[in-house]
Design a protein around this ligand. Structure first.
Ligand SMILES: C[S@@+](CC[C@H](N)C(=O)[O-])C[C@H]1O[C@@H](n2cnc3c(N)ncnc32)[C@H](O)[C@@H]1O
Length: 298
């Protein structure tokens, strides 16, 4: 069953109160929302900044363009950058910013992107196999599914989706594509589903779709690169907050946080913070959220 937040495409910000508490906003501070989405976190942050500045990144052109329709974000204290957050340093340098009081990463996709036909992100909708976060990227899911060797496909499904049946699924894809080109998500979901004999509560295509999206958009590399830059620019007392939705991302965040010396940085969330049961009931997307927070000591 598709959850209501995905069904109607309305994005609800995850762990909003926790984000605002942990950010510990200073009215004159400089903050970076690396994943603007629908501005669900940016809006209340900006409301609280009297003299400060909020810089936001959004890689998806369609999502970034929507902000122009919203007068609230015309504020001179807000600046949206339509680019990959992996390029964080280049933009901070251009703006002459040397220190940032807080970085927020709310990773992955918004409910709206998932619900958008034509993007190919959802295994629940029939769409062309695209899955690019930005239209400027070249590689689409369709290119991978129809052209990569079975070994390479299996490798992607295993490493980025932790899919145990990676090899079986990869072989089946290669067999099917000899008969007809695989161009839409319905075809791909059908092939994947045929590799599973037992029914499960979880959708059989979940892991393969995650793997393709991560691979196509270089998601793990982008996160690693941006986090390292965030550490470099974090002001004393400043915070980095990361909300991740799968174990591969969370592992990266945990490892990078641990790498920085405890005499200079303090991990605020010893264990990742998770949404309250009530929030999970109201917003299905929140169910897998894990939040980690670190601060640079004063
Ligand atoms: C989970 S949504 C963020 C939702 C937002 N916090 C809100 O409540 O409205 C993640 C957003 O980050 C964007 N995104 C993902 N990877 C990105 C990257 N590498 N650089 C910039 N934006 C990215 C996606 O396009 C998506 O809009």
């Amino acid at each position: 069953m598709v959850n209501s937040a995905v069904n109607n495409g309305i994005h609800v910000p995850v762990m909003l109160n926790e984000v605002l508490d942990y950010l510990n906003l200073k009215k004159e501070g400089i903050y970076v929302d690396c994943t603007f989405g629908k501005g669900g976190h940016s809006r209340p942050i900006l409301e609280k900044l009297e003299k400060g500045k909020l810089i936001a990144f959004e890689w998806d052109e369609e999502t970034a363009n929507l902000v122009q329709e919203d007068k609230f974000f015309l504020s001179p204290r807000f600046h949206l950058i339509n680019d990959n957050f992996a390029n964080l340093e280049e933009h901070l340098k251009k703006m002459g910013i040397q220190e940032v009081d807080g970085f927020l990463f709310d990773l992955g996709l918004s409910s709206d992107q998932l619900a958008e036909e034509g993007r190919g992100f959802s295994y629940r909708l029939n769409s062309p196999l695209d899955m690019r976060m930005s239209g400027k990227s070249k590689l689409k899911a369709e290119d991978i599914i129809n052209n990569y060797s079975w070994e390479k496909l299996a490798d992607i499904f295993y490493h980025y989706g932790e899919e145990r049946k990676a090899r079986v699924i990869a072989r089946k894809i290669c067999y099917r594509r000899q008969k007809e080109k695989i161009t839409n998500s319905e075809q791909l979901v059908g092939i994947i589903a045929s590799c599973f004999s037992r029914k499960s509560d979880k959708h059989p295509a979940r892991k393969v779709f995650q793997a393709l999206r991560i691979f196509i958009n270089n998601e793990l590399e982008n996160l690693t690169q941006a986090l390292e830059i965030a550490f470099k620019y974090l002001a004393a007392g400043g915070r980095i907050i990361v909300i991740s939705y799968h174990s591969l991302e969370d592992r990266i965040v945990k490892q990078i946080f641990k790498k920085y010396p405890s005499n200079k940085f303090q991990i605020i969330t010893k264990k990742p913070s998770t949404p309250a049961q009530q929030e999970i009931m109201e917003n299905h997307r929140a169910r897998s959220a894990k939040m980690r927070v670190i601060t640079r000591k004063m």
